[in-house]
Design a protein around this ligand. Structure first.
Ligand code: PGA
Length: 249
């Protein structure tokens, strides 16, 4: 059984005070929604306040990025151990915005995933094709490359610890969600890649989240697909009512 995950990726939104207020408002709305793993990923400066506000609730707190070294001359960067120390349990790695704007690639995804696992953080590793790549018929090749180079060389017991997210770049922040059929086909493909590298059992246990314009109105349809185990949600995770509706979906 794969416990479904609802993860809110807040990107560069909400101050520490706003994050704490969000958690205070959302917590009573999701009391009793067991059988769901609920994760919020605020900005670095809001992490500690979010962790404090979430204490006693079932909300876990994720960072949106990390550096693979433990410390050193890396101006502007944050290490896995620093995230663990302030109470983070998860970290998003390889988001398409990191790949597009900040030079992240499959090699850095690999290093960051190892660093997160070493520190005891659960990586949420993102893969996904651009519209251009999809229209050229390269979706499968892109997913294969990102998967293989990013996480394909992990030890099976390391791979068993992580969460994957399929986020087609053309669906992120565009209002253009992948249909359940398109998303399911990609998730099935990713699970098949996992089975090739790590065996059927491990592949059958890994959670694969869908991300890209998820809303309460389309989430149930996506969750109904056999290989979709939850959502990595941007825009619709910023409003407490909408986030609570996703958790209750
Ligand atoms: P979106 O973002 O839900 O706003 O499309 C998803 C993501 O980028 O993780």
């Amino acid at each position: 059984m794969r416990t479904p995950v609802v993860a809110g990726n807040w990107k560069m939104n909400k101050t520490a005070a706003e994050a704490a207020a969000f958690v205070d408002e959302v917590s009573p709305l999701i009391v009793g929604s067991s059988g769901r793993e609920v994760i919020i990923a605020p900005t670095f400066p809001a992490l500690a306040a979010t962790v404090a506000a979430a204490r006693g609730s079932n909300i876990r707190v994720s960072a949106q990025n990390l550096h693979w070294e433990a410390s050193g001359a890396y101006t502007g960067e944050v290490s896995a151990g620093m995230l663990v120390e302030i109470g983070c349990t998860h970290v998003i790695i390889g988001h398409s915005e990191r790949r597009q704007y900040f030079g992240e690639n499959d090699g850095t995804v690999h290093l960051k995933t190892l660093a997160a696992l070493d520190a005891g953080l659960t990586p949420i590793v993102c893969v996904g094709e651009t519209l251009e790549q999809r229209e050229a018929g390269n979706t499968e090749a892109v997913l294969t490359e990102q998967f293989t180079a990013g996480v394909g060389a992990l030890q099976p017991e390391q791979f068993a610890e992580l969460i994957l997210a399929y986020e087609p770049v053309w669906a992120i922040g565009t209002g253009r969600t992948a249909t359940p059929e398109i998303a399911e086909a990609a998730h099935r493909e990713i699970r098949a890649l996992a089975a090739e590298c790590f065996g059927e059992t491990t592949a059958g246990n890994v959670r694969i989240l869908y991300g890209g314009s998820v809303k309460p109105s389309n989430f149930t349809g996506l969750l109904g697909c056999p290989n979709i185990d939850g959502g990595l949600v941007g825009g619709a995770s910023l409003d407490p009512q909408s986030f609570a509706a996703l958790v209750r979906a």
